[in-house]
Design a protein around this ligand. Structure first.
Ligand SMILES: [Zn+2]
Ligand SMILES: [Zn+2]
Length: 68
């Protein structure tokens, strides 16, 4: 798969990731990496712990999310 963003400007660059929002392939230049803490709901008698999750998005989806 090639990077969707690069393809739009007429370039062929191999994608290194896939946008979790729109599913477009993105290259190392265009990928937006985000680490988010997933806070699991606390259950009685269970230890609550935070997990780190990685989220990869394309510039378009990242910009759309930040605009909100
Ligand atoms: Zn690209
Ligand atoms: Zn996207």
């Amino acid at each position: 798969m090639n990077c969707f963003e690069c393809d739009e400007i007429g370039q062929s660059v191999a994608a290194v990731a896939v946008c979790t929002v729109c599913g477009a392939g993105v290259c190392a230049t265009h990928v937006r990496t985000e680490t988010m803490q997933i806070r699991e709901p606390a259950h009685p008698g269970k230890v609550m712990h935070n997990r780190s999750a990685r989220r990869l998005t394309c510039p378009t989806c990242r910009a759309a999310e930040q605009a909100v």
